[in-house]
Design a protein around this ligand. Structure first.
Ligand SMILES: [Fe+2]
Ligand SMILES: [Fe+2]
Length: 204
């Protein structure tokens, strides 16, 4: 019961309380004069990335809940702490762009928590393999966003580049701890879910 209450408390915090970053947000906080069309596009892209980071919180939280090995648990928690930085940076950048967070975030949180807990329940090697696959997909997604961002929006670019750097490391760490390669249908299903998430959060 305590654990359930703890998880609900964490979910409410992620969804309603501004995240605090341990590291300074990447890029210069100086206000930029972005043309309105660029600002709107950046706000949509950063809303998608913010939703992705909400999902990352839930995934890592779900996995840590069911992880068996203490080393694995500690590694998941270390990556989760860096995901909190990402969440805070995306939130801050969204505010600077006068954007808003996705209304679908509670849905992404609940769904991702369930997927994370399931991955964790399949055992640590599968769970770590899931992290490696997720982070690889996130990294390629971020590469796509870096291509779509206006060249004038150097602040968002700096944030996404730092995130990309961290996600690559999260994936490598999970692989080094013994993550197994996921079967193709699992990777394809994950791609489909993340497509749903990125498209939904772009508009809603
Ligand atoms: Fe992240
Ligand atoms: Fe990550």
């Amino acid at each position: 019961m305590d654990r359930i209450i703890g998880e609900i408390d964490k979910a409410i915090k992620v969804l309603t309380v501004p995240a605090q970053s341990a590291r300074a947000p990447a890029g210069s906080p100086d206000p930029e004069t972005l043309p309105d069309a660029d600002r709107r596009t950046s706000a949509r892209l950063m809303r998608v990335n913010h939703a992705g980071e909400v999902a990352a919180q839930a995934l890592y939280q779900g996995q840590a809940l069911t992880a068996r090995n203490q080393t694995v648990k500690a590694a998941l928690q270390q990556s989760a702490a860096e995901e909190t930085d990402h969440l805070a940076w995306c939130e801050q950048r969204l505010r600077e762009l006068q954007g808003r967070t996705s209304l679908l975030n509670p849905l992404w949180y609940v769904g991702s928590f369930a997927i994370g807990a399931l991955a964790g329940a399949l055992g640590d090697r599968a769970s770590l393999g899931f992290v490696t696959e997720t982070e690889a997909q996130v990294e390629s997604h971020l590469r796509g966003h870096l291509d779509r961002l206006s060249p004038r929006d150097s602040r968002s670019r700096a944030i996404l580049e730092q995130m990309q750097h961290d996600e690559i490391r999260h994936g490598e760490n999970a692989a080094a701890l013994g993550g197994m390669a996921l079967p193709l249908p699992a990777s394809l299903a994950m791609r489909a879910v993340s497509k749903l998430m990125t498209n939904g959060s772009y508009w809603i």
